[in-house]
Design a protein. Structure first.
Length: 616
């Protein structure tokens, strides 16, 4: 499967943040999770024979015949009776896993891995990032391969050695496919290869699961799964697995991971979040691997994203409003034509980015961002036509940029901004570009220029500004902020910039723009004049929150890319080590089951709606 991960358009971004509600949410809990839910809500193990070892049997599972991604199968499952013994649970899970594998071959989500190498910080008494790596690609499992090792550069095969020679970058040690393959438990999951041991019943979110330990039998072959799996007890899908592959080949290693699937279509559970970590992996004499990484998958349903955007185009395409048709029945004036031309380029680009799954469809968070922009415009008496809009780039690296009158901010940026004023700072810099009339390159108004393959997007689209435009925008933005309701609240914004500056050497992949401008421009920090008035940056001060961990604010629906703000109660921070600014943390999604009604629009995977009761 490794090989099949097509196209690593590596990106790292640096950019801007998000608005959250009105009240500055300050320290949100790290990562999108309430760590709580794993509590061993063990409804008595009752029906399960805790009998561990299952006699090797010919696996019942034959690959389902090219299943469509439909709910039919789920319905069929539901109709069948509940498994009545541990053995049956195992059989059903194995069968479902083959169905899962067949489905995954038809799906091509985006896969993003962001990894931080760690080193113990004696003052903080906790590991801190010292370098980082970023991968983005599209998953393609249609051909399959079992190349899924983390390979030691010194001892790997010739091909690999060539690869690491090509780029002697440290990052080459982590093959992106090495992470992507963690969506798969075992490409040929068969009962006869494993011993299964019942652990307990346990809730993950509101999903009642059967947890069991899984260990490969002797001679089951290399690279089998070793660890724990959670099987939901309605259709017997594996919803989480945590462990590694075993045994590893000589001179290669398998990483440890915690892989989550979410119920994205009725009856269908698809990989969405993977956390991986090693704290003491000796991969070479004297070398130890110490890192943590988040892998996210989204954009499963790109077909609909495409359709969606065609509609958008029709709506927006008419350059002027419908009102004065009478006067409009003639050609556009030269100025109108120029504006329409620029607008067309803007629409083309946004559509394209949405179609390939990089920009989220319009939604709740855009409105939050727009509210902040409106605050700025109203208090500065700005009237900008066409209206300024905000959209969210779905990737992690921190960046923001402007396409015509659309301000784009990355998800990662929104996650880490400490408060609304900091968000206002990011948005206002972009608004300043618009106010100053900094133009979009209109070569993108030609529709044929949009037909490049995904992986070339980052070469073909470039919204970076030159130094003089950046400086002008900074200056204008400070002016605008000084007239705004955020005027007296910019201390944290300045502090955030200081944190960016302090962490930039270690987090180059995170603090780097792919499409737009970085928060750092050489030695210069964006909006640096805000830093002078801000408090001193002190990573050891527990109550100073300069930047948040990644993943705490924005929740992505991996099926349709829709976003929602995570509304968790702030968690009190007990030590400076818990602040984890810009850092990745483990995932702990609150799993829910989609209702069975209205399959085609059951879109957003609600984090905590009152969904179907998990008992039966
Ligand atoms: Zn800029």
């Amino acid at each position: 499967m490794l090989r099949s991960l097509v196209a690593l358009f590596a990106l790292s971004l640096v950019c801007c943040a998000t608005v959250f509600a009105q009240t500055s949410p300050a320290q949100t809990a790290p990562a999108e999770t309430t760590p709580a839910q794993t509590s061993p809500a063990q409804t008595s193990p009752a029906q399960t024979t805790p009998a561990q070892t299952v006699p090797a049997q010919p696996a019942p599972a034959q690959t389902a015949p090219a299943p469509q991604l439909s709910t039919r199968d789920a319905a069929a499952q539901k109709a069948s009776a509940a498994a009545s013994s541990f053995d049956q649970v195992v059989d059903r899970a194995v069968e479902r896993e083959h169905f899962f594998m067949a489905q995954m071959k038809q799906l091509h989500p985006l896969v993003e891995t962001y990894l931080q190498n760690l080193k113990e910080d004696k003052d903080l008494n906790a590991p801190v990032p010292i370098s980082d790596v970023y991968f983005l690609g599209r998953l393609d499992m249609s051909e399959g391969t079992d190349d899924r090792t983390f390979t030691s550069p010194t001892t790997a095969g010739l091909g690999k050695r060539m690869l690491s020679k090509l780029s002697n970058v440290y990052s080459m040690k982590f093959l992106p496919l090495g992470f992507a393959q963690m969506v798969v438990l075992d490409q040929d999951f068969q009962r006869r290869y494993y011993n299964f041991t019942f652990v307990r019943r346990e809730f993950l979110g509101e999903i009642r699961c059967i947890a069991m330990d899984v260990a490969p039998k002797k001679d089951a072959g290399k690279g089998r799964f070793l660890g724990r799996i959670w099987i939901e007890d309605q259709d017997y899908n594996i919803v989480r697995f945590n462990g590694t592959y075993y045994p590893h080949p000589r001179a290669s290693y398998y990483l440890h991971f915690d892989s989550w699937r979410q119920n994205l279509r009725p009856g269908v559970w698809l990989p969405s979040l993977i956390y991986s970590e090693e704290s003491d992996l000796k991969y070479r004499i004297g070398q130890t691997l110490h890192y943590k990484a988040q892998t996210r998958l989204w954009g499963y349903n790109l077909k609909d994203l495409r359709r969606n955007s065609e509609f958008t185009e029709i709506t927006v395409d008419a350059p002027q409003s419908v009102q004065d048709q009478s006067q409009k029945a003639q050609d556009a004036t030269p100025i109108e034509a120029q504006r329409a031309w620029e607008r067309q380029a803007e629409i083309n680009v946004i559509d394209r980015l949405q179609q390939i799954g990089l920009i989220a469809p319009e939604g709740e968070i855009d409105k939050v961002l727009q509210t902040v922009v409106n605050n700025m415009m109203v208090t500065n008496n700005l009237d900008i036509q066409p209206e300024v809009k905000c959209r969210v780039l779905l990737t992690t690296p921190l960046e923001s940029f402007t396409i015509g009158h659309t301000i784009v901010v990355s998800r990662g940026m929104i996650d880490v901004l400490p408060d609304e004023a900091a968000l206002a700072m990011i948005l206002t810099h972009e608004l300043a570009h618009i106010v100053l009339g900094h133009h979009l390159n209109t070569k993108l108004a030609f529709n044929d220029r949009m037909f490049f393959p995904d992986e070339r997007t980052f070469e073909r689209m470039d919204f970076a500004r030159d130094r003089s435009e950046e400086e002008a925008a900074d200056k204008k933005a400070v002016e605008l902020l000084n007239n705004s309701p955020y005027k007296d609240k910019l201390g944290n914004a300045g502090l955030f910039l200081k944190a960016v500056q302090a962490r930039a050497p270690a987090l180059k992949s995170l603090i780097r723009a792919h499409l737009g401008d970085s928060l750092l421009n050489g030695n210069a920090t964006r909006m640096s004049s805000l830093m002078t008035a801000s408090p001193q940056f002190d990573p050891k001060k527990a109550d100073q929150v300069a930047a948040l961990p990644l993943g705490g604010r924005v929740r992505v629906d991996p099926w349709n890319n829709q976003l929602e703000l995570i509304k968790t109660k702030p968690v009190a921070i007990t030590s400076a080590a818990e602040k984890m600014p810009f850092e990745v943390t483990p995932f702990f999604p609150f799993l829910t089951r989609l209702g069975t009604a209205g399959p085609e629009k059951a879109a957003p995977v609600p984090e905590k709606t009152a969904a179907a009761p998990t008992g039966r």
